[in-house]
Design a protein around this ligand. Structure first.
Ligand code: HEM
Length: 126
């Protein structure tokens, strides 16, 4: 029986990304990138992440950056390894599966896997 809903709205994206960051921030493997390597202003960062995922999954038009760029800068301060990207993706997939299910939820995992794979390839080999 299907009990969870699919990702359908901006509100769903905000719920997903907020829950994901909750896991990320307390994670031993990657949390420190968000708290120590980069001292993020979350009031600014979170809306950017909501816009990014809304653009990837729902065709929103508010994100206009390049998601690769900040990660090259982070890598200069503290090397990003394959294990960091793998953990990031694992937490993303776990968060989706905990809250949502359906076609868009599967797409959210696939798209993140593609971007994380490309980012990993470019950064770990740079
Ligand atoms: C090892 C894995 C990762 C770590 C530790 C990480 C960490 C971070 C941090 C600290 C920032 C903020 C940078 C700043 O504002 O100075 C950031 C920005 C961002 N990250 Fe990641 N990230 C990872 C993987 C990913 C992946 C796989 C994606 C996409 C699927 C992603 C998407 C983004 C986006 C869209 C931004 C905002 C870019 C902008 O400001 O335009 N990140 N990341």
């Amino acid at each position: 029986m299907k009990t969870k809903k699919d990702i359908k709205s901006r509100e769903d994206i905000e719920k997903l990304v907020t829950a994901f960051y909750k896991s990320v921030l307390k994670d031993k493997t990657i949390g420190y990138f968000f708290t120590e390597v980069v001292k993020l202003d979350f009031d600014k960062h979170m809306p950017v992440m909501f816009d990014f995922w809304e653009s990837v999954l729902l065709g929103g038009r508010n994100y206009s950056g390049n998601p690769m760029t900040p990660h090259f800068k982070i890598n200069e301060k503290e090397p990003l390894k394959a294990a960091h990207f793998d953990r990031w993706l694992q937490l993303w997939e776990e968060t989706i599966d905990y809250h949502f299910e359906g076609k868009k939820s599967e797409e959210a995992k696939t798209r993140a896997g593609q971007i994380a794979g490309l980012m990993k390839f470019k950064i770990v080999n740079s």
